[in-house]
Design a protein around this ligand. Structure first.
Ligand code: PSV
Ligand code: MN
Length: 400
């Protein structure tokens, strides 16, 4: 089968090279129970412990061959902080998937009601910095590259906070965090226009995130969460700019119809994901190596493991499509402003049904031909549902 792959012509070669290099990180929180602000729909098979999250992530990786790391949220996955690192290392050994990005949590504690790193209280900003420094230490001990920050800070009413002073406070904390990073560590700064704050958010867009990374230093990069934009924003243009400025650290992928909906990648607008992947594949190999792909989804209606497999498979397919763009030809057509031909060159890659090629790649790499079907046939979801449903049912009362 490997032979048939290598002799498959340009398209197959492009797809094989793209898929061999494609990795997308799973979020630990995508396997646990979550809900909306109106309620939780508890799933019998949801992971109730960090061990179960690793087990589920390993299952997704075994089926797709593309997700060997799992993002950890410090408060949810390492509640004892650094003291939990040995347990994470044991789980890495046991399940064969590694800790990925480390996500500090500066949005849940009651003291962060008026902000964390932009809180008017120096004491609360100090506590936030201490958590960030702990997160850097956890990342260093686990050998993970990225500390990934999302800052929920903001305000709900005009005139109630000084935007200017909050910028200065944030800069100071972020700079101290940056300076504590080890040689191989990076700090990613994520932006989001609104929610939970609804008047102003302290890091609301890529311009603000970019400027903060520049003030911090070279180990700070911008993280683009695809759900964190206003309707109609040209995300691939932001991606192109960040690549140009050597400022793109990575992505949180999900899809949206209205706001930060956290729907399955490509479920609403697969063409947008294709366009983003095209920008990535047009970048140099060095630039591309610095861009981390991560999923940020936690499904409460779809089965969690199924949704995650579906997400990774969709990402692989869209990446394969983007790899089919004949970039040399496209550059020529763009140069000559042959608009319709350029657009057709681009679109024809998107419309190519890559699934047979992706299937062939899976078989050649010893993976399941159809990961979703294989998951269904394996009985894994039934098994975890019967093992975990009592624990999940008991947790319903704690959500009330
Ligand atoms: C916030 O909406 C966010 O996108 C951040 O990345 C958080 O870490 C994640 O969601 C947690 O749900
Ligand atoms: Mn995110």
């Amino acid at each position: 089968m490997a032979d048939s792959l290598s002799s498959g012509g340009r398209d197959v070669e492009q797809v094989v090279a793209a898929l061999d290099g494609f990795r997308i990180e799973l979020p630990s929180w995508g396997f646990a129970n979550t809900g909306t602000r109106f309620g939780k729909f508890v799933q019998g098979g949801a992971a109730t412990t960090i061990e179960e999250k690793f087990a589920d992530a390993a299952q997704v990786n075994a089926l797709t061959g593309a997700s060997p790391t799992v993002a950890l949220h410090v408060l949810w996955d390492l509640p004892k902080g650094k003291a939990d690192v040995p347990e994470i290392k044991r789980l890495e050994q046991r399940f064969g998937v590694s800790a990925g990005s480390i996500n500090p949590n500066l949005f849940q504690d009651a003291e962060y009601k008026y902000g964390s790193i932009a809180n008017p209280s120096a004491e609360i900003r100090g506590n936030a910095l201490a958590h960030l420094l702990d997160s850097v230490e956890i990342g260093r001990e686990l050998g993970s590259k990225d500390v990934s920050l999302w800052i929920a800070d903001g305000s709900n009413y005009p005139g109630t906070q000084s935007v200017r002073r909050r910028i200065e406070w944030m800069e100071a904390v972020l700079k101290s965090t940056h300076d504590a990073l080890g040689e191989d560590q990076r700090m990613l700064i994520e932006y989001k226009p609104f929610e939970p704050a609804f008047y102003h958010t302290d890091i609301a867009d890529w311009g603000m995130a970019l400027e903060l990374t520049r003030r911090c230093g070279p180990k700070a990069k911008v993280l683009v969460d695809t759900g964190h934009h206003y309707q109609g924003t040209n995300i691939e243009q932001i991606v192109a700019w960040l690549l140009h400025l050597d400022a793109l650290g990575g992505f949180h992928f999900n899809d949206r119809k209205y706001a930060d909906d956290d729907l399955t990648l490509g479920s609403i607008d697969p063409y947008q994901v294709f366009r983003i992947f095209h920008e990535i594949l047009s970048a140099s190999v060095v630039e591309r190596a610095n861009v981390a792909f991560m999923i940020d989804q936690s499904h409460n209606l779809k089965g969690k493991v199924e949704a995650m497999v579906q997400t990774v498979v969709t990402a692989q397919e869209l990446y394969a499509k983007a790899a089919l763009v004949d970039r040399a030809k496209l550059a020529q057509l763009q140069q000559e402003c042959r608009l319709v031909e350029a657009e057709e060159c681009f679109r024809s890659a998107f419309w190519t049904d890559v699934r047979p090629m992706v299937k062939e790649w899976r078989l050649a790499r010893g993976l399941a031909a159809d990961p979703l079907q294989e998951l269904a046939a394996s009985g894994y979801v039934e098994k975890i549902t019967s093992e975990r449903s009592a624990k999940n049912a008991a947790s319903v009362s704690s959500y009330a």
